[in-house]
Ligand binder design. Structure first.
Ligand code: GRF
Length: 199
């Protein structure tokens, strides 16, 4: 399966995916897109020899569709992409775009819920459990069908940073698992076997 990954930030999930796919012929990252030319993820993709595209204007669907088509993308993964994907791109790849969210959707999602804010909201709510979610992307933030989740405990002395680190550790295993399952089936599907994910 030919996978494109869209990133805005550090790229630790991109690296986890590249590492996992090294030992699997079922899927390969063929393109990395970013809306931020200064994203550390972009440099990391280049270091790993992956083709990259910087979107000058992430709202311009043609800027996505050209490169995605050129590399014959079959799956688009949003791994820390913080903006809304243009509706034309969602339509062109309906059911073939997945996003990684650092909480247990449908809670703690939606516009403005990204990065540290998610973990602050989780801590403020008093819940004792958080985690990571992979879901299909629609025209709205964080609303598509949930494909897989991994749970982690929220500990009494957690800060947003300690909770984020615990969630990221499971993200790094959850996202590759969903991508490999998509490659096996031919499109993103709910994970058939729940993962044993302990941080
Ligand atoms: C992840 O926590 C993901 O859930 C969220 O953005 C973060 C990206 O981290 N959407 P990284 O850039 O992969 O390190």
């Amino acid at each position: 399966m030919r996978v494109a990954v869209c990133v805005s930030g550090r790229g630790s999930n991109l690296i986890a995916l590249l590492d996992r796919l090294e030992s699997s012929p079922a899927a390969a990252v063929v393109l990395v897109l970013t809306d931020r030319a200064d994203a550390p993820a972009l440099a990391r993709a280049r270091e790993r020899g992956v083709a990259t595209v910087v979107l000058r204007d992430y709202r311009d669907a043609a800027a996505w569709l050209g490169p995605l088509g050129e590399v014959q993308t079959e799956l688009l993964v949003l791994a820390g992409f913080l903006k809304l994907v243009p509706a034309e791109v969602v339509q062109a790849f309906r059911g073939r775009i997945i996003n990684l969210h650092p909480a247990l959707l449908p809670q703690f999602g939606g516009p403005g819920m990204y990065g540290r804010r998610v973990h602050e909201a989780v801590l403020a709510s008093g819940t004792r459990e958080s985690g990571a979610t992979v879901h299909l992307v629609t025209e709205e933030y964080d609303r598509g069908v949930i494909l897989a989740q991994a749970r982690v405990p929220v500990l009494p002395d957690d800060s947003p940073e300690t909770l984020a680190a615990r969630v990221q550790a499971v993200e790094h295993r959850l996202l590759p698992a969903v991508v490999l399952e998509a490659a096996r089936v031919g499109r993103p599907v709910p994970l058939s076997t729940p993962l044993e994910l302990t941080p």
